[in-house]
Write a protein that binds this ligand. Sequence first.
Ligand code: UD1
Ligand code: MG
Length: 453
Amino acid sequence: MNERNLAVIILAAGKGTRMNSKMPKVNHKLAGRPLIGHLLETIQSMSPDQVITVISDEKSDIAKLASDTTIALQNPPLGTGHAAAAALPLLKNNCIQEVLVAFGDTPFLTVETIERMLERLRGPSEPALVVLGFRPPNAMEYGRLVTDESGQLKKIVEARDASTRILEIDLCNAGIMAFDGARFPDLLGAIDNDNETGEYYLTDAVEIARTQGWNCISIETDDPNEVMGINSRADLARAEAILQRKLRSAAMDNGVTLIDPETVWLCSDTEIGQDVTVGPNVWFGPGVVVQRNVEIRPFCHIEGATIEEGAIIGPFARLRPGAQIGHNSHIGNFVEIKKSVLKDKVNANHLSYIGDSFVGSGANIGAGTITCNYNGFSKFQTEIGEGAFIGSNTSLIAPIKIGKGAITGAGSTLSESIPENSLAMTRAKATIKSGWAEEFRLLEGAKVKKTKD
Ligand code: UD1
Ligand code: MG
């Protein structure tokens, strides 16, 4: 734990130009959660004394996501140095001893690495700042860390301002910097925008500190994935792949069988219990809880749903938000369930839509059953009692209540409530004309023959 007061400044006001999006970059999602949400979770787990999030628009979704942090505004965004300076007036200056600046586009940063940086900041050389470095396989656009003969950090040079000689350096800037709180304001105050892009670079703080005779240190993380910055859609896709691999491994370590792991897509909040088997090509959206011993067969699409112990889902089932599937229930192919509670041992095995419904234990929902829950303006509830048997191809026009143990005849369209243990059906009596089909074929056959002749 941290004994000194720590403030964390998260920079999230950049334009995200390389993302080519109307949406702020840090709001793009990784495993169903906005980029900045991943970093916020890590930072909050350290319980710092203050967290400031720098954004460009106080009405944006990011302001909501970061609502339990102090919001600083930077508009227009004129660079990372300018962004950190926007947070300065909000710092509880008199009690903050350490300041960590992290980037909202760097979602995989770990607490261990932050702790390592802070430890070095407290070291005997009393550095003004500690920079996190890494050696990616392809350094591309990352800033380069320039060190002197003794290994001391001299400066950081942005790739776009770097000479070919500097571009050969493989030690890159991960962007995360830890500052001595007392010297932080002076360093920020001295950053100017005299470079290729006219931006205020936070990275210039290193050279400024050195001219003051202050030490600057860099430490390295040996996992380039931990600090990858997400600047483009291609970066986002790479990060998604990395995170999915981690989530799948964690699920398998927790006792979940993924028959073909590479084809299962998980959300960062997906909870799957022990001895669950997930077939190939299953997609989990946000808010899914799967209890123990559930079987999810191939090609299911599941979001905002709770699946209780022993249930079997799919193949090809769709569970939408608010679906709650009870113990040992079976939801089969081409069944869609929305905002509905299905109690224990309910069977809905084929081709159905169940929306805004309550289904009692042991009820059987026949193939082709539809709850007609929407009249184009409002949604209405369907209640199906315990042990009821809904015949195939029944349309239940909500609001409607099917009593316990009632049976509906196949093909019925029902619009009024059915008492317990009754049979309800709407079915026209079939007209049977014996021999008619044979006569018809003879007659029609003769007509066709005549036109061909
Ligand atoms: C930055 C570093 C680079 C480092 C890389 C690591 C600088 C000048 N460059 O480059 O050395 O290798 O990260 O990923 O620091 N932001 C603001 N306001 C602004 C500009 C940016 O809040 O005016 C935020 C962005 O939203 C983003 C973060 O700061 O979350 C980093 O900005 P970005 O433009 O992605 O910097 P890089 O070019 O990646
Ligand atoms: Mg970046």
